[in-house]
Design a protein. Structure first.
Length: 386
């Protein structure tokens, strides 16, 4: 009966373990499914400032707040989709990822969105040149910059707070500027052309939209009209001959500069080159084995009676061997090697330091020198075994 009871108890225990592991497996599967479900949008729309991206650099939070405020937000992801939208003077077209705009898609954007208002977020160099080649852009900071603009883009005394931004300089007269910094202005508005340049794209991201007055600035900038067309350009809309090449990204003066540098390098080579003759073989006058050199040095130390120099050579070789076995740098100071060896062997630091450091008195006679050599050999052997 006892055996039957034990068998029953074992079966119950096995069943309980299986049930526990089954529950743990289901919990892990549920957690993975939840993680996949919550991140699928960010994987599908990974681009920064994408209105569907819930990640830190996405702009999903701003898009949803605009919809909650009654703004009709429509997302388009190609030039054809943009041209299918009805745009009037009560429509704002915001363009993110402007680096994906080509000259052709930029022209199509300006023609079709002309009745409305165009907001270019962090405009690329090509887009800025297409708009007005007199304006220059550079990297800057807009940390705690207060709005100083009136008129069409009046933002009161709102404070913009971003770590990195694009600032615009050499802005022609007649354009309204806002958020002035020491390097330039973060916002430029051209009321006649209906174009706004906004260089603080990070203020629209999910991570930084709540900093300072970034949310209020974004709502006033993009929520002024009842309709908002959020245009995320598609690089494949570019014409075949508009593909970005290395030559299109470098300044024009680079090519002649590289040509002159190559000529200068060639002239330097011709100036410093030497005409080398054929290699000649010369037999060595004598071949000396390493062990003979060591014996010769030992005999020289013995004749000179310089036991201190010999002891220093023995300690130096022992330190190098101990440091190598303890994985220390070859330039480790002697005292640190001694400390490491003492910890490794569990010995007293004073005893190990007396063997490895050079601040000890030289051996008084040959017997002391031989005893030092034996002790160093024993220490090296113990370190290897430990």
């Amino acid at each position: 009966m006892s055996a039957a009871l034990n068998a029953t108890t074992g079966a119950v225990t096995t069943t309980g373990r299986l049930r526990r592991w089954l529950l743990i497996g289901l919990a892990i599967a549920a957690a993975l499914a939840l993680a996949v479900w919550t991140t699928r949008d960010s994987e599908e729309w990974p681009d920064p400032l994408d209105p569907r991206n819930p990640g830190p650099d996405g702009a999903q939070a701003l898009a949803r707040v605009l919809e909650d405020q009654g703004v009709d937000v429509r997302i388009v992801r190609s030039a054809d989709e943009l041209e299918s939208e009805d745009i009037d003077d009560d429509t704002t077209v915001v363009v993110t990822a402007t680096s994906s705009l080509s000259p052709t898609t930029t022209d199509r954007l300006r023609r079709h969105a002309a009745p409305g208002r165009i907001v270019l977020v962090d405009p690329s160099h090509l887009v800025l040149q297409a708009y007005d080649d007199r304006i220059t852009a550079r990297a800057g900071s807009a940390d705690g910059v207060v709005a100083d603009c009136t008129g069409d883009t009046a933002l009161g005394d709102l404070r913009l707070d971003v770590e990195q931004s694009t600032v615009f300089d050499d802005v022609p007269t007649g354009r309204e500027t806002c958020f002035a910094t020491a390097d330039g202005d973060v916002l430029v508005s051209d009321a006649d052309a209906g174009i706004v340049l906004f260089g603080a794209g990070d203020a629209l991201t999910n991570e930084q939209v709540t900093r300072g007055d970034n949310a209020a600035v974004a709502l006033r900038l993009l929520g002024r009209d009842t309709e908002l067309v959020w245009y995320v350009p598609d690089p494949t809309d570019a014409e075949p001959d508009e593909a970005v090449t290395l030559s299109s990204l470098i300044p024009r003066w680079i090519q002649p500069g590289l040509f002159l540098a190559a000529l200068a390098a060639l002239a330097l080579v011709l100036w410093r080159v030497r005409r080398l003759g054929p290699l000649s073989r010369e037999p060595l006058p004598v071949v000396v084995r390493g062990v003979e050199t060591a014996h010769s040095r030992g005999r020289m130390y013995r004749r000179s009676g310089d036991r201190g120099h010999a002891a220093a050579a023995l300690r130096r070789a022992a330190r190098a061997d101990v440091a190598a076995h303890l994985r220390l740098d070859r330039r480790t100071p002697p005292l640190e090697v001694a400390e490491a060896a003492a910890r490794h062997l569990g010995a007293r630091l004073d005893d190990i330091a007396a063997l490895l450091t050079d601040d000890q008195p030289p051996p008084a006679n040959d017997h002391d020198l031989v005893r030092l050599a034996h002790e160093l050999t024993r220490l090296r052997r113990e370190v290897r075994r430990g």
